[in-house]
Ligand binder design. Sequence first.
Ligand code: AMP
Length: 267
Amino acid sequence: MAKVDNIVVTGKSGAGKQPRIDVLVDRYGLEQLSTGNIFRSYLGAFKKLDSGLAPEKFWDEASGWFVDDSAISAELEPFCEKAGVPVDDAVLGLKAARFVDAGLFVPDRITNALFEAAFRAKGGRGLVLDGYPRTAAQAEFLLQLTQDMGTKLDLVLLVDNEDDLIVQRTVGRRICPKCGRVYHVEYKPPKDGKYCHDCGVEVIQRSDDTEEKIRTRLREFAEKTAPAIELLRKAGIPYVEVPGNLPVFTDEAVRESVLGKVEPILG
Ligand code: AMP
């Protein structure tokens, strides 16, 4: 068996990617790299400032982009000093917040730069890519990056699910703010209904897990992510689909459903 470099796990936000990722991490000894978690960590840096400054303040409608970084830094700096947050992280967090909090995709130029830094830091292999690529431009960028680094994408796994079911499930989703572990109030409750099993930290509801924002994300997926998947398939990356909703949801059922499709390809 050729060694597995990277697997892309894709699907609508809230389709049920995490349990499938857990299976792949365990089976192939991979590490999860999630752009959503990367953004949430920068968002956390910005929100920790409690500055009362809205990202909109730094948005220039005429150019369709943010004002100069130096102008944003100047206003954030006093808050950063007080909170002990690096200014660059807070600036990135402010920019990401404008999109993430609205359920919109973060623009490619920010996403690709952050992804590349994280991907290179991990050596470009041994990863389950979670939530990236999500646009055709990101897919092209990733194909080029792996080629430049002499690594590869071995598989794209799509977790399929219906919109209405996703809305129902996502409003019950909770997440550990420390390690990113995902829970559900009904299907996978945190300890004592409140705490992360791994960290003991109180879980939170994501700011973008409201019905309106979930529906926006579903539209983003249909318009932007479906073409990205198509592009990877056309580039010859093997592709499989697994259902995000199983009649009986146990660890074993998830494992079988994933490996039944993946092992014939990756061994
Ligand atoms: P997720 O946890 O994967 O649902 O991501 C949460 C949010 O982060 C998304 O709704 C987007 O706002 C942003 N995000 C994560 N990954 C990407 C990406 N590859 N491209 C653009 N935005 C992203």
